[in-house]
Design a protein around this ligand. Structure first.
Ligand SMILES: [Cu+2]
Length: 184
């Protein structure tokens, strides 16, 4: 609650700070200061506030762009799978399909989220499109640990979970966000 209120105030300040950016520069020339007498007394404080607003504005902008990155259903940005960060390259529904193509590259699976029906068996065609980077497909729950050389394709059979999701990852680049999931 308190945090939300604060965010709103930050955004308000950002908007108000925009048109005042010119004032920061103009104050180098005292003749060009506008406003009634006495304003100059408040100028140093005003300047500090403006600088503060600008900094807060940058922070707020950073926060909001992060927010929009993670909310893309078509992919882009990052998402959380299990307790890991995943580079999100989209979701694809393979319900009823016995084959599914999965591209691997630096450092993601595309699609990142594979949808299927509970218990569905599907052959994944792993396609490592990287020029020179060895990638891997590990699905611990099904004892799968498969390397895929750069420029090569490898098939691997997986079973979708009965419920929820199963996380898979490249064991070499998990910490770089090369993580995905089978979900129903
Ligand atoms: Cu990898």
């Amino acid at each position: 609650m308190g945090r939300q209120l604060r965010t709103d105030r930050l955004e308000l300040r950002t908007v108000r700070a925009e048109p005042n950016q010119g004032v920061v520069r103009i104050t180098c020339d005292p003749d060009q200061i506008h406003g009634p007498k006495g304003e100059s007394m408040r100028r140093p404080r005003l300047l500090r506030l403006l600088v503060l607003f600008l900094v807060l504005g940058l922070v707020a902008a950073g926060c909001s762009s992060k927010k929009s990155e993670s909310s893309g259903g078509e992919g882009g940005g990052t998402m959380t799978i299990g307790s890991d960060k995943a580079n999100n390259h989209g979701t694809k529904d393979f319900s009823g399909k016995d084959e599914a193509e999965v591209e691997q590259d630096n450092f993601y699976f595309e699609p990142t989220v594979l949808k299927g029906t509970p218990g569905q068996k599907t052959k994944l065609e792993l396609d490592n499109e990287a020029k020179s980077t060895l990638h891997n497909f590990t699905l611990t729950a099904q004892n799968i640990d498969m390397d895929v050389q750069a420029g090569q394709k490898v098939d691997v059979s997986v079973t979708f979970p009965q419920s929820g999701l199963l996380e898979f990852f490249c064991k070499y680049h998990k910490s770089s966000g090369m993580v995905g999931e089978l979900s129903v």
